[in-house]
Design a protein around this ligand. Structure first.
Ligand SMILES: C[S@@+](CC[C@H](N)C(=O)[O-])C[C@H]1O[C@@H](n2cnc3c(N)ncnc32)[C@H](O)[C@@H]1O
Length: 255
């Protein structure tokens, strides 16, 4: 599949081993770069994702998988907010080591870290009440198959939450943000993490990612219903939610 085809991430790096190695290299400065790039807003966005994932579940009842958990900020926030159990999954072991080294709130739910590929999650069908993914889906080799796999591990009626960058195609703001994202971010990333390539991959992968309505349609094809989104960060980020269809499976198609 060529990088330009829908359902496939694009950019200088290929999804899979190259992306995994890249995240393994930038782990030391990953959290700092997130805070700097977003002016600290990423923390508030993850908190909105937590609220969306846990709303309606009494404290200490929800079992959640956070896919592409990276350095674990969303998994930690879920556990601190009242999930009974959170499993953070990522295929880059150095990212998970950084996650596991972070302090955990004393009243937090059970938290564990699993090295695995999101395209083949090592969990039974219907194992979780909620599945979250933050800034991860865009890096996967086939968005439709990844959505279908995350839906598979949800129980019927379980909640899917995706926080992700979304292409900004408005002329004026889009141009200004494009300059920031394509020039300033790689420069900053190069200075801080000594890996300019990683921060060139970031805008390229966002440009290739489906826009918010298209992603909502892909979610529905993957077996989720009531797919909705709201834009954050001036339209640069989207928070999608959906619910696993009860009594039926979607078709795991790419686009
Ligand atoms: C941009 S980071 C996001 C980390 C974290 N969720 C956050 O909110 O900061 C993307 C993460 O996705 C992981 N990732 C990408 N493709 C993956 C895959 N196929 N399976 C598991 N993890 C993957 C990378 O290793 C990386 O840690």
């Amino acid at each position: 599949m060529s990088p330009a085809e829908p359902g496939h991430a694009s950019g200088a790096l290929k999804p899979g081993p190259e992306v995994r190695e890249m995240f393994g290299r930038i782990v030391g400065r990953y959290d700092l770069m997130n805070r700097l790039m977003t002016g600290g807003r990423d923390v508030a966005w993850r908190n909105l994702a937590v609220r969306a994932a846990l709303s309606g579940y009494p404290c200490g009842t929800a079992r959640v998988v956070d896919v592409a958990t990276g350095t674990g900020d969303l998994a930690l926030a879920l556990a601190a907010a009242g999930a009974a159990e959170v499993i953070g999954v990522d295929f880059a072991a150095p990212m998970l080591r950084a996650a596991a080294a972070k302090p955990v709130a004393s009243e937090a739910g059970r938290l564990s870290w699993v090295v695995a590929d999101a395209m083949a999650l090592p969990f039974a069908d219907g194992a979780f009440d909620a599945c979250t993914v933050a800034f991860g889906l865009r890096n996967m080799p086939d968005y439709g198959l990844a959505l279908a796999e995350m839906t598979r591990v949800l129980r019927p009626g379980g909640r899917f939450v995706c926080l992700e960058m979304t292409p900004l195609r408005t002329p004026l703001v889009g141009t200004a943000f494009g300059w920031y994202f394509e020039q300033v971010v790689p420069l900053l990333g190069g200075l801080l993490s000594s890996d300019r390539e990683a921060y060139r991959y970031l805008p390229a992968s966002v440009a290739a990612f489906p826009d918010a309505p298209a992603l909502a349609s892909m979610m529905e094809r993957a077996g989720l219903t009531d797919a909705r989104f709201r834009k954050l960060g001036g339209g640069t980020v989207a928070l999608h939610t959906g619910v696993k269809v009860r009594g039926g499976e979607g078709s795991p198609v790419s686009a």
